[in-house]
Design a protein around this ligand. Structure first.
Ligand SMILES: [Fe+2]
Ligand SMILES: [Fe+2]
Length: 195
């Protein structure tokens, strides 16, 4: 991949991530509000803390987009806002398990998304962005663990299909270091060009 193509892919991926963070923020806001019973106080607290992270992520991704002379994609922004609000509304009727399960699965995807973005930044010659992107992947890893442990505590987990394991948190940095040396993305991180 040429540096120019990697940069274009990175912009498209960051636009997706930027709007994805918006959807996540709306979804977690609805999710937190749906857990109104006193026994869910700890879950509400966890969701609020994740929500704050997603808002920070969105600001961070926007800064990166601006460094690339780009911005969010208005169509995707509208679409992901709708999706986030819909998920947030679903949480009111979806019970306790389904929103926790769905969030864990989505967060798993977010880890990979930022890992791929870090590799694209490197291929584009934008190494100053890599640490930020890996940091975002690490926080998404933390989110995945939180939601996974919630989902695992429910009996339905045993009969639900499980998403792929994220592996140890340290792998985010170590596999990236390996990629820097060999230039070959590991299979789970191969991405399909967006065009
Ligand atoms: Fe995020
Ligand atoms: Fe997240």
């Amino acid at each position: 991949m040429t540096p120019g193509a990697a940069r274009d892919e990175l912009i498209r991926l960051l636009q997706m991530a930027y709007s994805g963070e918006r959807a996540a923020a709306y979804a977690y806001l609805g999710h937190a509000r749906s857990l109104s019973r006193p026994k869910h106080a700890a879950d509400r607290e966890m969701l609020r803390s994740v929500l704050v992270d997603e808002i920070r992520h969105r600001r961070c991704v926007r800064r990166l987009l601006r460094q690339l002379d780009a911005d969010g994609d208005p169509r995707r922004e509208r679409k992901m806002r709708r999706i986030g609000l819909t998920i947030g509304a679903f949480c009111r009727v979806g019970g306790w398990y389904a929103p926790m399960y769905g969030a864990g699965k989505l967060e798993r995807g977010n880890v990979a998304e930022y890992e791929v973005a870090a590799r694209l930044a490197h291929l584009a010659g934008l190494d100053d962005m890599c640490d930020t992107l890996l940091g975002l992947a690490e926080v998404e890893w933390d989110h995945e663990q939180l939601f996974r442990s919630c989902a695992e505590s429910h009996w339905l987990w045993k009969v639900s299909p499980h998403w792929s394991d994220t592996g140890p948190r340290a792998d985010i940095r170590s596999t990236f270091a390996e990629f820097m040396l060999t230039g070959a993305p590991e299979p789970k991180l191969r991405w399909t060009p967006l065009r």
